[in-house]
Design a binder for this molecule. Structure first.
Ligand code: BG6
Length: 486
């Protein structure tokens, strides 16, 4: 099949970033603090110890709110996209990108989340960004909530645990639809909505010490329910305000294989995969899976569901399914097997796969498997909105040779092609992160994903100069030929 073009004309080749990982300007232009502004870089902590990296307490937040520097808080400085967006978007344009996925920092528009009207300086910043994208014919794909809710809502309301946050989010999202209507057709409500159990503070502003003792899981389920309702209302508003707009859900696709064919391994794996899919199930089918409801019952979880909620969720389902895919894991009924890291999760190591320096197992075929599975289940257009390889890059004589990254992408693109050949309706692909940025999980800068190198280290030293890696030119050619040169 080589040489035959299977990618549709208009396929959205692009890249993805999130506001809190690139913008910086954490206290500029009227922006309020967000939960991301509390994330610290922890030099001596094992990169697989996500609990330690993402731990939070009320006391720590109080300290962080007093601290006016970005020294230990890398997400406060990002890569200075706030001031350099025009240069960065020009580079994406030079690469030929058709699409760029960004997120809107909620606290740039609503500093505490409770204001009745938006901070227009924040609105203008995004209009400038969209104008720049337009110049380069880049289609925006916008995530409304990507790990950056206003910190004030976390402190005051324990984040999404409080139903009032639905109204604050709906007000924010409505402003986004109204203000960015001329520019944005593709929207996502919550980044990796399933991640709420892996990092409740980062995803939903939940502070463990504010949860009633022994009730943290119930609080998380409740917060998740609020997000589902908010997402459905935002989908309704998006369709009303922007005719022809497309709303997607966004799932961390944590594809898991049984470690052996022992039925116990298979059963455990099935439950794990069903749990992973259950979040998208709610947003596509408009109702909770019966298994989820049964698990609440068995665990003694009580969720406050208001009479109107289920109707709203049923009525306003998503138009497409988007997901991130980085790695796969295996599951076993045994507890003596080697464990490795995945995307803010640990799992049993797969003997057939190689891993990145961060322990994430590289599995291109797993992407094809995921695409086939998701399309078969949902029968909706699919978009891969994150995929990539975190690696240490070296600058040698002003150049960055990253054959490992090219190899990673090539292998994944080949599997996308194979899935499309089997009938999967894949409409776009945005690599993570199009440019080096601050890691979500570990707040490192040295975990680099980009086609564009940014001169900054983990401590924030560096000129912030942008440099093209070898993979920049390679991806440029893939986009130019619409994947036919794979
Ligand atoms: C995704 C997140 O889960 O993984 C991104 O949506 C994140 O925000 C990406 O950056 C990669 O994870 P990490 O921890 O390597 O930055």
């Amino acid at each position: 099949m080589s040489g035959k073009n299977v990618f549709s004309e208009g396929f959205l080749w692009g890249g993805a970033v999130a506001a809190n990982q690139v913008e910086g300007g954490w206290n500029q232009g009227g922006k309020g603090l967000s939960v991301a502004d509390m994330a610290t870089y922890k030099k001596n902590v094992d990169v697989k110890d996500y609990d330690a990296h993402m731990a939070i307490t009320s006391e720590f937040i109080a300290e962080g709110m007093k601290d006016e520097s970005d020294a230990i808080y890398p997400k406060r400085r990002g890569i200075d996209f706030y001031h350099r967006y025009a240069e960065d978007i020009a580079l994406f344009g030079e690469m030929g990108m058709k699409a760029l996925r960004i997120s809107i920092a909620w606290s740039r528009l609503f500093p505490t989340g409770e204001e009745e009207t938006p901070n227009m300086e924040g609105v203008q910043f995004y209009i400038n960004v969209f104008e720049e994208m337009k110049k380069h014919n880049i289609e925006p794909i916008v995530t409304l909530s990507h790990y950056e809710m206003p910190l004030a809502l976390a402190v005051k309301n324990n984040g999404w645990a409080d139903r009032k946050v639905i109204d604050h989010f709906v007000r924010f999202s409505k402003v986004c639809f109204e203000q960015f209507k001329p520019y944005v057709k593709y929207w996502l409500t919550f980044n990796e909505i399933d991640s709420i159990f892996r990092h409740p503070f980062t995803t939903a502003g939940i502070i463990p010490d504010k949860c009633p003792e022994g009730k943290e899981r119930e609080v998380i389920y409740q917060a998740l329910h609020h997000q589902f309702v908010a997402s459905a209302i935002a989908t309704r508003d998006c369709h009303e305000i922007i005719p022809g707009s497309q709303m997607g859900c966004m799932l961390t696709k944590l594809t898991t294989y049984p470690n052996t064919c022992h039925p116990k391994d298979v059963e455990k794996t099935l439950l794990k995969n069903l749990e992973n899919l259950s979040y998208a199930d709610v947003q596509v089918f408009g109702e909770y899976p019966s298994l989820t409801k049964k698990l609440w019952e068995l665990e003694g979880i009580h969720i406050d569901i208001q009479p109107q909620d289920l109707g709203i969720m049923q009525q306003h389902t998503v138009d497409f399914v988007s997901f991130s895919y980085y790695m796969s894991l295996t599951e076993s009924a045994r507890d003596d097997l080697e464990i490795t890291a995945g995307n803010t999760i640990l799992g049993v190591k797969n003997p057939y796969l190689l891993s990145t320096d961060w322990g994430w197992q590289i599995d291109p075929l797993g992407l094809k498997i995921s695409l086939l599975e998701l399309y078969d289940r949902y029968k909706k257009p699919l978009m891969i909105v994150e995929n990539g390889m975190g690696a240490k890059d070296e600058v040698v004589d002003g150049q960055i040779h990253d054959p490992y990254r090219i190899e990673y992408f090539k292998a994944h693109f080949e599997q996308m092609k194979a899935a499309i050949e089997l009938g999967v309706d894949l409409i776009g692909y945005t690599s993570w992160g199009a440019i080096d940025l601050i890691s979500a999980g570990t707040s490192q800068m040295s975990k680099r994903y980009g086609f564009i190198y940014v001169d900054q280290d983990d401590e924030g030293n560096g000129t912030l100069e942008r440099m093209k890696k070898d993979s920049f030119y390679w991806y440029q050619n893939i986009i130019k030929t619409n994947g036919s040169t794979l």
